[in-house]
Unconditional design. Structure first.
Length: 410
């Protein structure tokens, strides 16, 4: 843990050791870096300036609303996956656009949804027929998600909306069978989301498929939303190609272009700090049990799966101290990964995982009665501020009757 880290996940520490900065924080905790969000925001807003497109925050990836005032300086608005995210976007990033896409809307939520969202994207001609006229009547901008059936990611079906049997988006075949002229008339735009952590070359391929399949429809549209999955703020991402593609689409089809990245907004803008609780051994393998859980606090590690960057890890070599880092839950598979260190780990050591602002705080859970790590902000001035105060109530309130409900009944 004594090496100076300059990987993108840790470069905002400016060469300081995590202990120097974070040792005062009770672990586990997430720390979100304002400077990281600013850095990403500047890249995204320069694309908006250079092309005239609009970029929304996909809240499914990052919805720590204490940072929305900062992000709203850079972004055009928020994208939601349903009622609650739409409300969060409308309330916490006011005066900005609120877009929503959901695979299927519920009748009982739709009226309230209309009070928050200004762009509503449907997944199927059936949903468009059911809810579209009402939304259109009160002036909402209406879209349909299409599935261009252009897979650009291999061996990653869980994150590929173009995988065979995908339920996400309307294929041209289904469009031809189910889209009446009346339904097409309702539409202001088309939406596609097909990428995951990809570069602009994958977007280029996808756009080609979209333009080929929907060339007769695009001239009738006011906007084209190209979804998320654009890893724009990753080092080496081909921004000039992205800008060329956006400008090309605007000129060719006379549409307004939207992007709705999640990861790119908060990439490398946060950490998850943990401590070593115990070190156990099975044959030759040493396993450090931490006070964070992959299953509860970084579920993508298991779901995707991937091994998160860790401060001070070294590559495997002779003499390196190798450990499996794992969570304290009962799940045998609650394993974060195998890591090597220069020095042996000790009980109480601080461990810092990188790139933990995305798909973490908005996706965690309290399985096994694990507590939710508190969320801290590290301001651009380096000051730490605690944003949450999670405790037993946050675990128990989701599992049964709340005190207030009981007293109402009695
Ligand atoms: C419809 C839609 N838009 C945007 C996103 C954001 O994707 P990312 O966080 O990979 O940029 C997703 C992610 O699943 C999505 O499903």
């Amino acid at each position: 843990m004594n090496r100076i880290e300059n990987r993108p996940s840790f470069c905002l520490l400016n060469g300081k050791l995590p202990q120097e900065i974070f040792s005062v924080l009770p672990t586990p905790c997430y720390i979100i870096e304002e400077a990281g969000l600013q850095k990403n925001g500047e890249i995204l807003s320069s694309i908006i300036r250079n092309t005239g497109c609009k970029i929304l925050l996909a809240q499914k990836a990052f919805s720590n609303y204490d940072f929305y005032p900062l992000l709203s300086d850079y972004l055009s608005g928020t994208e939601a996956s349903g009622l609650f995210e739409a409300r969060l976007g409308a309330e916490k990033m006011p005066k900005k656009e609120v877009h929503v896409f959901c695979a299927a809307y519920r009748e009982k939520e739709f009226d309230e949804l209309l009070t928050y969202a200004d762009h509503i994207v449907f997944n199927s001609p059936g949903q468009l027929k059911r809810f579209g006229p009402k939304a259109k009547e009160i002036g909402k901008s209406i879209g349909l998600r299409i599935n261009p059936q252009c897979s650009t990611q291999e061996g990653h079906a869980i994150y590929d909306p173009c995988a065979p049997t995908s339920r996400l988006g309307t294929t041209r075949e289904i469009w031809d069978m189910q889209m009446t002229e009346e339904l097409v008339e309702l539409l202001d735009g088309l939406h596609f989301h097909t990428l995951c952590e990809q570069d602009a070359d994958a977007l280029q391929l996808t756009l080609h498929a979209v333009e080929e399949q929907f060339a007769d429809i695009l001239p009738r549209m006011k906007w084209l939303n190209m979804g998320g999955g654009h890893h724009i703020t990753r080092e080496g991402y081909d921004i000039p190609l992205l800008e060329k593609l956006i400008i090309g689409v605007q000129n060719q089809w006379n549409v307004e272009v939207y992007l709705e990245p999640g990861e790119a907004v908060a990439l490398n803008a946060g950490y998850l700090a943990a401590r070593v609780l115990d070190i156990v051994q099975n044959h030759d393998t040493k396993i450090a049990i931490l006070d964070v859980s992959a299953a509860c606090h970084m579920p993508d590690v298991i779901e995707m799966p991937y091994t998160p960057p860790l401060y001070g890890e070294i590559s495997e070599k002779e003499g390196a101290y190798s450990y499996i880092l794992a969570g304290p839950t009962c799940l045998a598979g609650d394993v974060i990964g195998r890591y090597c260190f220069e020095q042996p780990l000790q009980i109480g050591d601080m461990i810092l995982f990188g790139d933990m602002a995305i798909y973490s705080t908005c996706k965690n859970n309290t399985f096994n009665g694990m507590s939710l790590p508190n969320i801290w902000k590290r301001g651009t001035d380096g000051k730490l501020e605690q944003l949450t105060d999670f405790g037993y109530q946050d675990f128990s309130m989701r599992l049964g009757r709340r005190k207030s409900d009981i007293s109402k009944k009695n």
